[in-house]
Design a protein around this ligand. Structure first.
Ligand code: SF4
Ligand code: SF4
Length: 141
């Protein structure tokens, strides 16, 4: 019998709670993100890292506001840069590190209410791998 888990929405349904926009260190900014977001908010791409990011090791991450959330989060509108939000925000939770061990997925599901727990490993790996590839192709277009 075919598994009941076939599509991304079978394992993830974002609740728009904004929890993933809170906490330091998560939202890495790629160079493509830097240029896209800067254009979107009409800022200078050359100053974007300095003005809107902090460094986590060698990688820039979006700065947090005083409320502990990403500076681009608005309690009413949610993500104010939604069309150009960083790759990491677009891809979540279809990230390969979350399927290296299915326990990683369940652990993250504890703080992300959109992730369904206890998905059979083979279904999780198949769906996340396929969805990540689809997102990567779309990012290259
Ligand atoms: S924490 Fe999960 S459910 Fe909440 S907004 Fe982020 S991705 Fe969606
Ligand atoms: S860019 Fe948008 S989706 Fe990503 S952490 Fe900031 S507010 Fe949340």
């Amino acid at each position: 019998m075919d598994s009941k888990y076939q599509n991304p929405e079978d394992i993830f349904d974002c609740k728009l709670c904004g929890e993933c926009c809170r906490g330091f260190g998560g939202t890495y900014v790629t160079d493509h993100d830097r240029v896209s977001i800067a254009r979107f908010i009409q800022a200078d791409p050359d100053n974007f890292i300095n003005d809107y990011c902090d460094m986590a090791g060698s990688r820039p991450v979006l700065t947090q506001g005083e409320d502990g959330r990403c500076i681009f989060f608005d309690p009413e509108k949610q993500c104010t840069i939604h069309p150009v939000k960083p790759y990491m925000c677009r891809a979540w939770p279809f990230i390969l590190t979350l399927i290296k061990n299915p326990e990683n997925w369940n652990a993250m599901a504890g703080s992300c209410p959109g992730m369904k727990k206890d998905i059979p490993a083979q279904d999780l790996i198949r769906i996340v791998t396929r969805e990540k590839a689809r997102l990567d192709r779309a990012s290259d277009e």
